[in-house]
Design a protein around this ligand. Structure first.
Ligand code: ADP
Length: 293
């Protein structure tokens, strides 16, 4: 379990990137959602000990993260959005190089590299240089390097952008596997990834945790408050003036509008809520609505 308590970060220039963030993250895949600028990367970098908060505490099992950064780094795997690799270096050598940086040498290093190349389905291409890999292969290589040394805590930052559907599915399956017996934090703005993969999630906005829980629990809480109707494009502005419009989706020339309201607005039907509705409703309730159209 990772426990964050009152974690606060104000950047020079006055941006309140984290405002007293308190969060318990149990073993398994934990989704962190939020719009750009919400503070997700700041939180990920803080947990990964790449930067320090101004105040607050972080506890991972017996490790006081701010007091024992090296202790945390020994049990941490980090998959950043982009990671560097040397050109014309075979993937296997690159992985062994990363292993050495983690203090893994000798037979352990070879064994660990082989195990992870097999796990991530890269064994057959181990002699190829990482810079010739497809996006999906690079991401799987990223997972392989993040899993070196069998970390207890893994941080995955915006992983599935740019992957084709088959690569994305393979990557998602690997993430689920990874979450079996460790804490895995998946920071993303892809609501579908979190809905599909994560037993628990949090939604961040403006440096705060706005909602937290199980996807089903958050979705159920919207039942009886969500309504939908199809309108012409030129009717949307009038609806917005009258109702809390969460989202608008263009469908064969018309617009499917989803509205948050205590009672059914005239002419609308009850909608089955999704995690995307939860996301928009949460931002809306905190005055952060994007109102996409
Ligand atoms: P997210 O990952 O959710 O997009 P970030 O943690 O990157 O959010 O950013 C949160 C806020 O902090 C934003 O307003 C961003 O502009 C600001 N910010 C991020 N990094 C820095 C920095 N190094 N210096 C100043 N402001 C920053």
């Amino acid at each position: 379990m990772l426990r964050l308590s009152q974690v606060t970060k104000i950047y020079a220039g006055g941006v309140h990137a984290l405002q007293a963030v308190s969060l318990d993250i149990p073993a398994g895949l934990f989704g962190l959602l939020g719009p750009n600028g919400a503070g997700k990367s700041t939180l990920m970098r803080t947990i990964a000990t790449l930067q320090s908060p101004d105040s607050g505490t972080l506890q991972f099992g017996a490790i006081d993260v701010l007091q024992d950064k090296m202790g945390l780094r020994r049990v941490l795997g980090y998959l950043p959005q982009e990671f560097g690799s040397y050109p014309r270096t075979p993937a296997e050598m690159m992985l062994r190089h990363f292993a050495a940086l983690k203090g893994i040498y000798g037979p352990d290093q070879r064994g660990e590299a082989e195990r992870l190349l097999v796990l991530t389905n890269l064994w057959d291409v181990r002699k190829r240089s990482v810079d010739t890999f497809s996006g999906g292969m690079k991401q799987r290589f990223g997972i392989a390097q993040a899993l070196l040394g069998n970390p207890r805590l893994v941080i995955v930052d915006e992983p599935t952008a740019g992957l084709d559907p088959a690569e994305r599915r393979r990557f998602q399956n690997l993430l689920v596997d990874m979450g079996q017996d460790r804490v895995v934090i998946l920071s993303t703005h892809l609501v579908d990834d979190v809905a599909d993969l994560c037993p628990r999630l949090a939604i961040m906005g403006q440096g705060r945790i706005l909602a937290e829980g199980r996807p089903t629990q958050l979705v159920d809480a919207l039942a009886d408050q969500l309504w939908t109707t199809m309108v012409r494009r030129d009717q949307v502005a009038a609806l917005r003036a009258q109702h809390q419009v969460l989202s608008c989706r263009l469908k064969s020339g018309n617009v499917e509008v989803r509205v948050l309201a205590a009672n059914c607005p005239p002419g609308m039907d009850k909608a089955v809520p999704t995690l995307e509705d939860v996301y928009f409703a949460t931002l809306h309730q905190h005055g952060l609505a994007a109102n996409p159209e």
